[in-house]
Design a protein around this ligand. Sequence first.
Ligand SMILES: [Zn+2]
Ligand SMILES: [Zn+2]
Length: 337
Amino acid sequence: MRAAVVRDFQRPIAVEDVPVPVIGRDEVLVKIETSGLCHTDIHAAHGEWPVKPSLPFIPGHEGVGIIERVGSEVTRVGVGDRVAVPWLGWACGACEHCASGWETLCLQQRNTGYSVDGGYAEYVKASADFVGLVPDAIDPLDAAPLTCAGVTTYKAVKVSGARSSDLVAVFGVGGLGHLALQYAKIAGATVVAVDVTDDKLQLAKELGAEFVVNAAQEDPVAVIQALGGADAAIGLAAAPKPFEQAYRSLRRGGRLVLVGLPAQNAMSLPIFETVLNGITVVGSIVGTRVDLAETFELHAQGRTKVVRETRRLEQAASAFEEVLSGSARARLVFDLR
Ligand SMILES: [Zn+2]
Ligand SMILES: [Zn+2]
């Protein structure tokens, strides 16, 4: 099969021929139709995080396709089903985290496209219990970004506790942010979107944001505090400064949700104001299988819009460059059909 393989953290990812994976008794073989590009794939391919993938490996945790083969013990899904293969490739199901509805925190979890091969390939093998069923009403090109960007921001809005009377600030209107603001709208909140490019802010308005702030031209903290301060702020940007601005845009009792993973792994946090203002700072990592099913359900109902562009798998290396240079205007999705 064709697959985009990382053999060296210093060399560009390249498409090559590799064997089709052999499935185990509790696994399925998925013929990939579409596969989204998440920034995490680039971090993985460059070995930028403290725990690095072991080489060689196939990235991709937004793979969507049709099950072609099932292991002898598989009953939950069957041949012909369209499924998504998310970042949470497997969790133990028995530990304290799994048993309490936080399988995303399982210490034994396997991560697709990182600790096990992912969806930048014609075929991927996956745990039958952890693939997400994709409703027929969803275009596979939309399903791919929903598999990480969608579920991650859906969960972040849940974690934010956003309610109908709340003002929610979304910092960063990219592949994640354009979905985050839609989930905040679905929760009934009023949304203020912050970015540094006008076309992304225009998109935020079209998707329902009541207020937009260009942080390159005005101070988002002043603007949001003039609106009364945010009840919740969701940090999705790739630099520490927007996280610090998001913190300072909160009203008393507000909640900052950290989602983006800037390479500079720190932000300054004033203790005095956090204590006196009763601020909550919380991290949110992807979502559970239930969160993914709910994300798909909302999209199948026509309640969310995915902004994406397609590329061929052979363009993986140049697509990485597009994302890194900021020239990609939307989520990029490899179309393998
Ligand atoms: Zn991702
Ligand atoms: Zn577990």
